[in-house]
Design a protein around this ligand. Structure first.
Ligand code: FES
Length: 314
C-alpha cells in the first residue's frame, strides 16, 4: 500500500512517531491490537507495531527508534519528511490479545511500548482490566507520554506505572514482584530489548504457557560457527551451497528458489519451513524450545545447519 507520512512527532530521545494516511483520504485496512506493518524504505523492509487506536482506521501510528547499530531501516525512517510517500504492507498480527482472558498485565521497555499502547486502547474499549508497566532509562526516554498520561474521561489510562532509570538487578527485582504468581485468568504481554525479554520469560516459567505472550522487536546478531552447508530444496531437487557469510534464504533466492521473507531476523515467522532431513541450528525467536527440539521446522532467514546437508520442504 502507498501511504503518506502526514505527521512526524519527536516522542522521546531517538524516538519519532509517524502518522500514516491514505493518499486519497480513504480508510486504511482495519487491524487488531498487537498488529504490525512492514515498512519498505531505503531498500530495506522493517516491521513496526501499530500503536494507534485499532478502532480508528483513518491513520496508522508507528513509533520508530533510531538504532545506534541501524542496518539502514531506522535511519531511513528517521530521514523521512512529512508529505513523503511510503510503501507499507497490510497489518499482520503475531501478538494478538487472547480471547477470553480476564485481565492483562502489559510490560514494555523502551520502544517495546508500541504494541502495548494499541492493546490498552482495545482492552479499554472492551472494558477489560489491565495494568501497564513501562521501563525506560529516564523521563526523556518515555515515548508516547502524552497518550500514556491521558486522564480525560474518554481515555483514562490511569493504570500505567513507570519504572525509570533502573539497573538490571533493580529491574529484576521489580519483575520478581510483578510476575511472582499468575493470577487466575490473567495473561501477560511483554515487548522490549532481548535481555529484558529473557528476564521476563525466565520468571514466567511457572505460568500457564497460553497466558504468556511476547514479541521481540529486534534480534541479537547471530554468531556463525559453521563453515557452510548444502541445502536441498526438495520440491525442485535443487542443491544450493550456503556460505558462512549468507543466509539460507539469500542463497536459495539467489539460486532461483523463492522463499518469502519479511523481518529476516527470525522474529516474524514468515519464512517458517519444514525440515525433511538434516539438523538445523535454531537462531530464531519465533519457535519455542519444544518446537525447536523437534527439528522438523525452522526459520531459514536466520537459522543454520550443523549437518553437511539440510533438506527443506521448499
Ligand atoms: Fe521473519 Fe524469517 S522472515 S522469521
Amino acid at each position: 500500500m502507498d501511504v503518506i507520512v502526514e505527521k512526524i512527532t519527536e516522542e522521546a530521545t531517538d524516538i519519532k512517531s509517524l502518522r500514516l494516511v491514505s493518499p486519497v483520504g480513504a480508510a486504511l485496512p482495519s487491524f487488531e491490537a498487537g498488529a504490525h506493518i512492514d515498512v519498505h524504505v531505503g531498500g530495506t523492509t522493517r516491521q513496526y507495531s501499530l500503536c494507534s487506536d485499532p478502532a480508528d482506521t483513518s491513520a496508522y501510528l508507528i513509533g520508530v527508534k533510531l538504532e545506534a547499530q541501524s542496518r539502514g531501516g531506522s535511519k531511513a525512517v528517521h530521514a523521512l519528511k512529512e508529505g513523503d510517500h511510503l510503501e507499507i504492507s497490510a497489518p499482520r498480527n503475531l501478538f494478538a490479545l487472547a480471547a477470553g482472558s480476564d485481565s492483562a498485565l502489559l510490560i514494555g521497555a523502551g520502544i517495546g511500548i508500541t504494541p502495548l499502547i494499541a492493546m490498552m486502547y482495545q482492552l479499554k474499549a472492551q472494558n477489560k482490566a489491565f495494568t501497564l508497566h513501562y521501563f525506560a532509562r529516564s523521563q526523556d526516554h518515555i515515548a508516547f507520554s502524552e497518550t500514556l498520561l491521558r486522564t480525560d474521561a474518554e481515555l483514562d489510562f490511569g493504570r500505567v506505572h513507570f519504572h525509570l532509570g533502573l539497573d538490571a538487578p533493580a529491574t529484576g527485582g521489580q519483575l520478581d514482584q510483578l510476575l511472582a504468581r499468575p493470577e487466575n485468568g490473567q495473561h501477560v504481554y511483554f515487548c522490549g530489548p532481548g535481555p529484558f525479554m529473557e528476564a521476563i520469560r525466565q520468571r514466567c516459567e511457572d505460568w500457564p504457557k497460553d497466558a504468556v505472550h511476547f514479541e521481540y522487536f529486534s534480534a541479537e546478531p547471530v554468531e556463525v560457527t559453521d563453515e557452510g552447508f548444502e541445502v536441498i530444496a526438495a520440491r525442485s531437487g535443487k542443491r544450493v551451497w550456503v556460505g558462512p557469510e549468507q543466509s539460507i534464504t539469500d542463497a536459495l533466492n539467489a539460486a532461483g528458489v523463492e522463499v518469502c521473507v519479511s523481518c529476516e531476523q527470525g522474529i516474524c515467522g514468515t519464512c517458517l519451513t519444514a525440515v525433511l532431513n538434516g539438523t538445523p541450528i535454531h537462531n530464531d525467536m519465533f519457535l519455542n524450545d519444544a518446537e525447536k527440539a523437534k527439528n522438523d521446522q525452522m526459520l531459514p532467514c536466520i537459522s543454520r545447519a550443523s549437518s553437511r546437508t539440510l533438506t527443506l520442504n521448499i
